[in-house]
Design a protein around this ligand. Sequence first.
Ligand code: CA2
Length: 145
Amino acid sequence: MGKSVIIINGPNLNLLGTREPEIYGRTTLADIEALARDHGRRLGVDVSFVQSNLEGELVDAIQKARGVHDGIILNAAAYTHTSVALMDALKATGVPAVEVHLSNIFSREPFRHHSYISPVAIGVICGFGAKGYVLALDALVATFD
Ligand code: CA2
């Protein structure tokens, strides 16, 4: 059976391309979804895509990935820096995850330098804008048997 990846996006990422283009670029979340789905087709991987502003809905999406998806790509946005709940959910679900950020969180404010996600992710890609999602798909697929 073909492999399946879910891309999960956190709060305010629905605003991409409409505000703060100097930090986050002009690409919308719908553009990123299209880029990721196209790349998934090239790799022979099914790509699902969700965004929520609600921490509990992100926890639900991570829990539901177990037994359904072979990998998770997670941009938890601001919850990256605050959410023990997302960290626990990722650990519990056991589905391999790649953490993605559009911006280089290490060249920004100190409070963005800590991630609750990184310790439970297989790897992190940050600073490459929308292309980071495509790079994350390549990285995840490279780990599949
Ligand atoms: O660089 C990233 O991808 C972040 O996850 C984005 C988060 C930020 O809190 C993280 O530190 C790094 C913020 C997402 C907010 O997205 C917006 C997009 C357009 C306009 C306003 C916010």
